[in-house]
Every structure is written in structure tokens, then in C-alpha cells.
Design a protein around this ligand. Structure first.
Ligand code: PRX
Length: 704
């Protein structure tokens, strides 16, 4: 029975046109080289790193990362594979993450800025939080969490907050106590937050009354009420909601506090002023946090990250790739509610005693010069952002960076493939042709970078993420598990052959799904304790050039990467089905010049239902269940879905139509006539000339 279902699912998957298949290909570009000034000061200039992290030195090579941390007790086993693929790193070791990110820096850097916070309104004063100040604020919040909220080591707590310094302070307070935090991106809806509260079993929600977005104060407290109601409707009682205040003297939200359940954190802190909470010494393999991400089934999965392995990996990669020194002012423009923010705004930079910058608002508010003014004013010398932000800033203010004396020594791009043209604008205008650019490929699951150039050692190649990171041994397989050799120009499924310290430990509450999802496809022996039998399936299509540079094409599963954020098509489809008029829904990815990919929605109506207002209702339903980021570009009402004879919706056909491609052979469908009807309504009467449509779009598996 289970097998029949798997088979069906596999067939159904094969009917989807994945992101990787509609990837926009570009030719191999020529190299750019880092300049001497950058190399002269870089952390990683010794080419022997490749040898040190070669397979013959695995797993001990990762001691180099773990040795960046301060351990309460040194570990005895570097990698334990006895419960493969549930890898355990640095077994026997103990440490505390907050101690490593704050306390241990006090002696040397106590009076140095740890976090510099920039509010969105340009005339509002920012905050510079020194390591001393951070230490006290983290301790006081830890005292509230322990003594008022009753949180203990191993408890989970959901944090739904915007980009304010209270967010990393709360995360570090959890880490100090060994409480597992689950931060939900502030832009997600109350319902999405509620679903994550249920899955993680949190009895405390930490939220904020409001925050600025594009000049307006958003009522965020309202989301907390929705989240608690959603969680309670699914059997998870939230006992306490702790609400931070955006303004010290007043509430930023008109939504009332619920007596006995909701508490203002700023008030709770008063009796704890000056409190010191000893850091709890945690086993290296204890979970540090959960980060929910979208997968190929409807329910988001809680990626569980470890204490010792994760922190070692983000510290090591921040040092090697971000080139962070304690004297640097580093700004990653991501949101802490995503993995990038966890690893490369909070944990990596703070573990290395850097100054990390946080910005509350929209990069283009009030104009496209805002990021550059912030960077100049704060003396930012390391900058980190996404291709979507680069494309957007280039579109609205192509000449803006030229007006400012930007002085970045290195810059990063992350989250999506970057077009060589956007890369060059970034390099030439933002980096002034001086900054070393790293295009880092990784995922929520990987904890930290897994592919990137080493900025002082490897030349940059626009459009390619670069070689694997030290200690990461990838392989590209075809669907049958045959290796696609580097240099073949053929695309396949990228996997990583070995475990590394930043890899997620499991899916919270669902170890079977973890094994099936990431290892099921290419595992050679389910009882093996040898890591070589367990290639990690990343879910991305990729090509590997003869020079060893990897190019990521996009997802091969039912995930759409919208503006660098992952959305599950099935999550979107089930949101559509909450609209009473809808009989069936299909969501497909389409190429978008700014946001990379955006979802387009096809719906068919139940008999006798009116189409009036349906597109708006569908958009609203998606916004309520997931959040504004998931809003579809278009909702198309179709008379019927293209279907196989067994009744499966052919999403591949719809995706081809939406992407202005030829839909190929449809003779085996039960209703081929409907396809042409849909095509004409989307593409117009004229047929697209070739199956590839625009010149630069090729199908997965073809040579580039
Ligand atoms: O498809 C890949 C894409 O983003 C996915 C991971 O998304 P998420 O878990 O939300 O993490 C985003 C930040 C790490 C990947 O499966 N992706 C990430 N980085 C790149 C990328 N695609 C191309 N180039 C990259 N540098």
C-alpha cells in the first residue's frame, strides 16, 4: 500500500516542471581576481586548506572549526556515525552558545559594538549595543524566561519578531538556558506562526507589538492572537505570550493585551535588572534551534540544528568566507527569521566578536540610496545580500551606489542563482571593483555555506557559486543514481557525499521523514553505519564545470524559491482549497526578472460557482495562511485542469504554458483540448516557436 502511494507520488512529482527545469542558463563567464589589498588582510590565504580538508583527513579536519570555540569540556569523538544518518558531531564535548557569542569576548572586546541597530525611520536614533551591554541584556532576558516564563533546558519557544535587537537578544537568552528557539519569520502570517507553535510544542510565544515597514507601523500583536488561536484549535495551549515593545513609552499596536496571558517584556525586565544567569553547559549534540522550511509535502518541516556542530560550522565559514575579523563592521541585509540571519547575522559573526549590523526595514525605503547611506555612516566593510535585493536596488537606483564612498572589502550573495549581469553591477558599482564577491550556495538544512569561492584564494566567476567548501565533497547524480561527471555540462541532482558539522540533525518530531526526504533517494544500504553510503540529497539541480565550479539551477522538487524564500507548492495549493468556490488548484513556478521565481496559480471552480472575485479570494487565502511573500502573481481560472487518464493534474503542462514554453506531447492526456484552450488564454493565439521559448531557457538535463 505504502509502496503504491510512493509510486503514485513519484509519478505525480514527475509531472511537475521544476525550477531547475525552467532555469535560465547563461554561458560560462571569465574570471575576476581578488585584489592584493584584500588578500593581504584575509583570514584564509593558505592554499593548503584544500589538502587539510581533503577526504583523507575527514572528519578530523573539522577540528579546525571547533577549535574556534571555547569548550567547557573538549569532545572525545569527532564524528559518531553509529545511528546513520543521524550524525553526531563532537560527541562528549560541552559548551554554551551564548557564552561563546558574548561572555568570552568581554575581556578583550567588552566595550566594542556587538550589534548596531538601524531603525527604518531615518530620523530615529539607532542603537549601538556593546558586548558588555549585550551581556547584561541577554542575562536579564534569560532571567525573565527562566523565572517568569518557567522555561527550562530542552523546552521549545516560538519567537515571532521583526528585525529589532530584542530578537537576537531573546535568541541568545534561550541559548544561555539551553532552551530551543524556533524563530518564525516576522512577515509570516499569524496562522503560519500558529502551525509552527503546534509542531514544536511551544507553550510560550515571544512576539512584538509593532514595527516599521515602508514607513508604516505594522500591528504585529494581532498576529500573536491569531497564532495562539490557531495553535489552540489544534490542541497546543499557549500559556504565555511575551510581547516586546517597539517604543519604550507606548504600545505600537491597537490590539489589546489578553489579561493573564499577555505580558509586556519591557515591564517584566524591571525586577531582573542586573540579574546574572549562569550559562547552561550543553552537550555538543543538544538541539540549539528549529528553523521551519518548506518541503515537498504540505507541512513545513522543523530543521533541528545542533549546539556544537552548528556553532563550529558557522564560526568556521564566517571566518573563511565572510572574512570576519573582530575589527570588521559586517552587515548582512537578510532577515533573522530565515537561516541566513541565524547563521550569518547572529551566531557566526558574534562567535567571532564582530560588529553585526541590523536594519529594521525595507532596503528601498525611503529611496534606493538607503542601504548605501547606512553602510557609509556605520563604516560597513563586509556586505551580504541576495540576488533579489541586488536586482531590485539596481532597477530602482542603478547609479545610487556611485554617489557614496562605499568601502567594502568583500561582499556575498546568497539564496538564488545570480545572473552574470546583476553580479557585474554588484561587483562594479557596489563593490567599486575592489570587493571580493562570494556567491554562497547552501540551505536551511545545511546550517552554513556548502559551496563558495574562498575569497582570497579562488577567482570569482559570475553566475557560478564556485567550488565546494573545504570538507564538503559533492557529487551530481542523474535520476537513476549514476554519477554525472564534472565537466560533462549535463545537469543533475546535486548531493553531498559526507556529513559536516552544520548539517541539520533531524526533522523535529519526524525522523522517518528526515531519512526519506534527504537520504531515501540515493542511500545504498539503509542499515549501513558508513557515511559513504548516505549521500545527502539537496533537492537542487546543478551543473559542474571542468574548472570545478558548481552552478546551481534551482529546486528539483515542489519548492519554489521566491525572492530567495522557500515556498512549498503544496502549501500554496492547500491554502487555495480553503476558498469555497475552488474545486482544484495547481501552483507553478514562473521566471521573474526581479524575484527570481514567483508562483502562478491555476484554479478550477466547483460546478455552478461564480468566478466573481475568486482571484482576490485566492490571493487573500494564501496571504492569511502563509503570508504576503507567497502572494501569486496571477490567479488563472480554467475550465478544467489538464489531467492524465488516471486523473492527475499535469502541472508540467501548466508551468510550460506560464513560462511561454511549448507544452510538448499531450496526446496521453484525458482532456487534451483543454490544454490548447488554456494556452491561448495565457500565451495568445500565436504558438511559441520552439520548445525552449526564449533563447536562454533550456530544459533540465540538456547540455548548457
Ligand atoms: O535552491 C537553492 C537556493 O535556495 C535554496 C535554499 O533555500 P533556504 O533553505 O531558504 O536557504 C536560503 C539561504 C541559504 C537552495 O536549495 N539557493 C541558495 N543559495 C543559492 C541558491 N541557488 C543558487 N545560488 C545560490 N548561491
Amino acid at each position: 500500500m505504502a509502496e503504491a502511494r510512493d509510486d503514485r507520488e513519484a509519478k505525480e512529482d514527475a509531472m511537475r516542471l521544476s525550477e531547475a527545469e525552467i532555469a535560465v542558463h547563461w554561458k560560462e563567464e571569465s574570471y575576476f581576481y581578488p585584489n592584493a589589498r584584500f588578500i593581504g588582510q584575509a583570514n584564509l590565504t593558505d592554499p593548503s586548506v584544500t589538502e587539510r580538508f581533503a577526504e583523507k583527513n575527514f572528519p578530523e579536519c573539522f577540528r579546525e572549526y571547533a577549535d574556534l570555540l571555547t569548550w567547557d569540556k573538549y569532545w572525545t569523538t569527532t564524528l559518531d556515525t553509529s545511528k546513520a544518518p543521524f550524525w553526531k558531531w563532537f560527541v562528549g564535548g560541552r559548551l554554551n552558545v551564548a557564552y561563546n557569542c558574548v561572555d568570552r569576548h568581554l575581556g578583550k572586546y567588552g566595550n566594542k559594538a556587538a550589534i548596531v541597530y538601524v531603525p527604518e525611520p531615518e530620523d530615529e536614533a539607532g542603537q549601538t549595543i556593546t558586548y558588555n551591554e549585550l551581556y547584561h541584556r541577554v542575562n536579564e532576558v534569560a532571567a525573565v524566561l527562566r523565572d517568569f516564563a518557567g522555561l527550562r533546558t530542552g523546552d521549545r519557544v516560538t519567537i515571532h519578531m521583526p528585525m529589532v535587537p530584542e530578537l537576537p537578544i531573546t535568541m541568545l537568552a534561550c541559548a544561555r538556558l539551553g532552551v530551543i528557539h524556533s524563530v518564525v519569520f516576522g512577515g509570516f502570517s499569524g496562522e503560519a506562526c500558529g502551525a509552527r507553535i503546534v509542531d514544536s510544542g511551544s507553550r510560550v510565544l515571544i512576539s512584538m507589538d509593532g514595527y516599521y515597514r515602508s514607513g508604516k507601523v505594522i500591528d504585529h500583536k494581532a498576529n500573536a492572537d491569531i497564532a495562539v488561536a490557531k495553535a489552540e484549535s489544534e490542541g497546543q495551549k499557549v500559556e504565555k505570550v511575551l510581547v516586546w515593545r517597539r517604543f519604550p513609552d507606548r504600545s505600537a499596536s491597537p490590539t489589546p493585551m489578553v489579561e493573564g496571558r499577555d505580558f509586556v517584556v519591557n515591564d517584566l525586565l524591571k525586577p531582573h535588572r542586573g540579574a546574572i544567569v549562569p550559562p547552561v553547559s550543553m552537550p555538543a549534540e543538544a538541539p540549539l534551534f528549529l528553523m521551519y522550511t518548506s518541503g515537498s509535502t504540505g507541512k513545513p518541516k522543523g530543521c533541528q540544528h545542533s549546539t556544537g556542530g552548528y556553532l563550529s560550522y558557522v564560526a568556521g565559514t564566517s571566518r573563511f568566507i565572510q572574512d570576519i575579523h573582530p575589527t570588521d563592521v559586517y552587515w548582512c541585509m537578510a532577515d533573522i527569521g530565515w537561516i541566513t540571519g541565524h547563521s550569518y547575522i547572529v551566531y557566526g559573526p558574534l562567535a567571532l566578536a564582530a560588529t553585526t549590523v541590523m536594519y529594521e526595514g525595507v532596503p528601498t525605503y525611503p529611496d534606493a540610496g538607503r542601504p548605501w547611506r547606512i553602510a557609509v555612516r556605520l563604516g560597513v566593510n563586509i556586505f551580504h545580500t541576495s540576488p533579489t535585493a541586488i536586482r531590485m536596488l539596481r532597477k530602482v537606483g542603478p547609479d545610487e551606489p556611485k554617489k557614496y564612498p562605499l568601502n567594502f572589502k568583500c561582499m556575498t550573495t546568497v539564496g538564488e542563482p545570480i545572473e552574470p549581469e546583476a553580479w557585474r553591477w554588484y561587483y562594479e558599482n557596489v563593490g567599486k571593483g575592489q570587493a571580493a564577491v562570494t556567491d554562497t550556495w547552501w540551505q536551511t538544512e545545511t546550517g552554513g555555506f556548502v559551496c563558495s569561492t574562498k575569497p582570497a584564494l579562488d577567482p570569482m566567476k559570475p553566475g557560478s557559486a564556485g567550488p565546494p567548501m573545504p570538507g564538503i565533497y559533492p557529487i551530481i547524480y542523474d535520476e537513476e543514481g549514476k554519477e554525472i561527471p564534472a565537466g560533462s555540462g549535463k545537469a543533475g541532482n546535486i548531493c553531498i557525499r559526507n556529513p559536516w558539522p552544520g548539517i541539520m540533525q533531524t526533522i523535529w518530531g519526524d525522523p522517518d521523514r528526515f531519512v526519506k526526504n534527504y537520504y531515501g533517494k540515493y542511500n545504498r544500504n539503509p542499515t549501513s553505519q558508513d557515511w559513504r553510503d548516505w549521500p545527502y540529497f539537496a533537492g537542487d539541480g546543478a551543473t559542474w564545470a571542468p574548472d570545478g565550479y558548481i552552478r546551481i539551477l534551482g529546486r528539483v522538487d515542489d519548492v519554489i524559491n521566491v525572492a530567495g524564500h522557500r515556498l512549498g507548492t503544496k502549501e500554496l495549493e492547500s491554502a487555495c482549497l480553503t476558498v469555497p468556490e475552488i474545486a482544484e488548484a495547481a501552483v507553478v513556478p514562473i521566471v521573474d526578472a526581479e524575484r527570481g521565481r514567483v508562483p502562478e496559480v491555476y484554479v478550477s471552480l466547483k460546478p455552478g460557482m461564480s468566478a466573481d472575485g475568486v482571484p482576490e479570494k485566492v490571493s487573500k487565502a494564501i496571504e492569511t495562511t502563509i503570508g504576503k511573500i507567497a502572494r501569486p502573481r496571477v490567479v488563472r481560472i480554467v475550465p478544467d485542469m489538464p489531467k492524465t487518464r488516471s486523473g492527475k493534474i499535469m502541472r508540467r503542462v501548466l508551468a510550460s504554458i506560464s513560462n511561454q514554453m511549448d507544452y510538448g506531447d499531450i496526446t496521453t492526456l484525458s482532456n487534451p483540448e483543454v490544454v490548447e484552450q488554456i494556452r491561448v488564454s495565457v500565451q495568445g493565439k500565436e504558438k511559441v516557436a520552439t520548445k525552449a521559448g526564449p533563447d536562454d531557457i533550456k530544459r533540465f538535463g540538456e547540455t548548457t
